[in-house]
Ligand binder design. Structure first.
Ligand code: FAD
Length: 282
């Protein structure tokens, strides 16, 4: 068991690793620049669709399938520990949805009850020798953190818009999807429609024209949306690594672990990332 583990970033990835470590008795600190609300994590749609995302063999597909197998027990253990329902549902084997904001709330609650120390801090530099282990899980900002003795692999923010509608619960049924357009509905009736991709840096503007285009495309998939009015429009930054593959694992010969670059599938890959990183550290 290492001395204190420092996790930089408290989105779904950092929080889930912290929870997994703390359950095994590790002493864990999460340092997050925000209010541990995550950035991309609560902004994401919550589709869990490895087969639809990846039609060819790849690292992503293998990770996605493994993570889907872990999902039912992951959310059930969280529900047992916290009482929080994450609205996880499976429409088919290896195909489901989850409410990422609820998942993040549950992870935060579980971390707190497992005595994870949570500090609000914008980390600029980390000295790994001060800790038993360090995990970099700061999403699209990960490569901005200086880790003495290391150059972290680059990550690019890929901006995405989503829009939300309040409809009758159950109006939609399973997820509908065509290309980059998809619609899914939470149990409380909130319907999420997405999305788009822009490689334009950390621009937080919500673009009305892009939202209208998503609305038009979503209405083709689910015609009742044609005359519905969005009640919410928002953006997030998907963390895409420069290599195109996620960084999940130890920097060879060091006590530094990388857990970023999950791009369009960080919600899907949360259980498998937490399991792998926590097992390696422990
Ligand atoms: C529009 C959109 C739709 C998406 N839909 C899906 C989907 O349907 N399914 C799916 O699986 N994935 C989806 N994703 C992708 C998914 O949301 C991300 O891959 C995932 O949330 C990344 O999680 P993370 O914890 O790495 O990053 P984040 O949630 O971004 O968390 C990073 C954390 O690091 C903190 N931080 C940053 N810099 C510092 C610093 N210097 N010091 C301390 N803390 C710092 C931030 O405050 C933040 O809390 C979507 C993303 C977007 C934007």
């Amino acid at each position: 068991m290492p001395d204190e583990v420092l996790i930089v970033g408290g989105g779904l990835i950092g929080s889930s690793i912290a929870w997994r470590l703390a359950r095994k008795g590790a002493q864990v600190t999460i340092a997050d620049a925000g209010n541990l609300g995550g950035e991309a994590s609560p902004a994401g749609a919550g589709m869990l669709s490895p087969r639809a995302e990846f039609d060819k063999p790849s690292v992503w597909l293998d990770l996605g399938i493994e993570s889907m197998r872990l999902y039912p027990s992951f959310v059930e253990e969280l529900r047992t520990e916290t009482g929080i329902d994450t609205d996880f549902r499976m429409f088919a084997p290896e195909e489901g949805i989850v409410d990422p904001a609820a998942l993040l709330r549950a992870l935060r609650c579980a971390c707190e009850s497992r005595m994870v120390r949570i500090v609000r801090e914008h980390v600029t530099t980390v000295h790994p020798r001060k800790y038993g282990a360090v995990v970099i899980a700061a999403g699209a900002w990960s490569d901005k953190i200086r880790v003495t003795g290391h150059v972290l692999p680059a990550v690019i923010p890929i901006k995405g818009h989503l829009i939300g509608f309040q409809l009758e619960p159950g109006a939609l049924g399973p997820v509908r999807r065509r290309g980059d357009t998809y619609v899914l509905q939470r149990s409380n009736g909130f319907l999420v429609a997405g999305s788009n991709e822009q490689d334009i840096g950390f621009d937080r503007t919500v673009d009305a024209a892009i939202c209208e285009d998503i609305h038009r495309r979503a209405a083709q998939l689910f015609p009742p949306l044609k005359h519905a009015t969005p009640v919410k429009r928002w953006i997030g930054f998907r963390p895409r690594s420069a290599t195109g593959e996620p960084h999940i694992g130890r920097v060879a010969g060091t006590n530094v672990w990388l857990a970023y670059g999950h791009y369009r599938n960080g919600i899907l890959l949360t259980p498998v990332t937490a399991k792998r990183i926590a097992a390696e550290i422990l």
